[in-house]
Design a protein around this ligand. Structure first.
Ligand code: TYD
Length: 144
């Protein structure tokens, strides 16, 4: 059986090359993260009570890194399982595979959330309705 989407979610630790000039973290596509990076964007200035994300992606894998400040991400598999991760270190990322539902929230005022994506932006591969996501997961399981 194919590995469960939720089990593919994992924290990634990037090497910190610190010296007395400060820290340097290197993230190379295909080396430090499990895909080639096609797109990057970053989120800042989100209020503490804001919930972002709220979608699943059919094609795109992501790595999220809070390069400054902190936030949380809740991941759901559409089958009743969920996990919450705290992103609060610039040298730590979270890998999110395709077809998991994600909510980003609890942004600190100074939060800068860097997102690396495996695909260019395509609005049609985003599932923004939770019911539709659950139905899509059910469909996937029936086809296994
Ligand atoms: P949205 O998906 O709501 O952001 P988030 O998941 O971080 O909460 O995106 C906000 C807007 O920006 C929406 O109109 C789509 C657009 N957008 C792009 O055009 N390209 C992108 O790579 C991303 C992430 C968003």
């Amino acid at each position: 059986m194919e590995q469960h989407n939720m089990n593919k979610v994992r924290m990634l630790e990037f090497a910190e090359h610190g010296d007395d000039r400060g820290h340097l973290v290197i993230v190379e596509g295909g080396i430090d993260i499990p895909f080639e990076i096609k797109r990057t964007f970053y989120i800042y200035g989100s209020k503490t009570d804001v919930v972002r994300g709220q979608h699943a992606n059919k094609k795109t894998q992501f790595v999220l890194i809070n390069v400054a400040g902190k936030s949380k991400v809740r991941v759901r598999d559409g089958e009743g399982n969920e996990a919450i991760y705290c992103l609060n270190r610039p040298h730590t990322g979270i890998y999110l595979p395709t077809m998991v539902w994600k909510d980003m929230y609890d942004f600190s005022e100074d939060s800068v959330l860097l997102v690396l994506a495996s695909e260019h932006y395509d609005a049609t591969e985003y599932i923004r309705d939770y019911g539709e996501f659950v139905r899509a997961i059910k469909g996937e399981n029936e086809n296994e």
